[in-house]
Design a protein around this ligand. Sequence first.
Ligand code: FDM
Ligand code: MG
Length: 212
Amino acid sequence: VGGGVEKRGALIVLEGLDRSGKSSQCRALASFLRGRGQAVEEWRFPDRTTAIGQMISSYLSETSELDDAAIHLLFSANRWEKKNLMESTLRAGTSLVVDRYSYSGVAFSAAKGLDFQWCKTPEKGLPAADLVLYLDIQPEVAARRGEYGVERYEKVEFQTRVASHYQAMRDSTWQIVDADQTVDEVQQVLREAAQNVIDTCKSGRELLRLWP
Ligand code: FDM
Ligand code: MG
């Protein structure tokens, strides 16, 4: 093994609109994989536990206001502050199941009207996901699910723009999963895809950087 090809854990990212089911699916997926004896950690962005994460959290709950570019860069910095740990964890052979990543960063900020390419720039150099599982749901369907509208951004018109920016980022690492199915049906699709990419990375796969 050489040339950057290494045996490691897989970086698996779940993306989708608010209320697409990401968080519950992440939890179920991580515990399923662990039950199979895989080394897996469950992560999420924003990571609200850090100092930057707390600023983001108060912005999201609308207890503080921030310039659109400033909050964009904070979301990105919140990933950069976890970059070394992310990489060392993957290299130690542990896979990460991550609830949102740079794709959320770009899609949500671009939906506010910030330039799409500008939004991608601060993400450049972060580890690229081996697999992006996109939970595909119509904004109107997501809106009918519980608790919608509690945080900033949870409005159908805004989510429709987010979806279109997500679409513009699709590449070969993405798998589009119909999220308008039962929890178990969605979970089944995620398990199979996740297991495949974990096996691939375990036998050796180069860790790429954004944006490939
Ligand atoms: N969000 C999330 C962003 O705007 N940029 C980002 O980089 C990330 C990771 O934060 F509405 C938005 C997406 C969502 C909100 O996410 C909080 P959770 O998953 O609901 O905590
Ligand atoms: Mg939310």
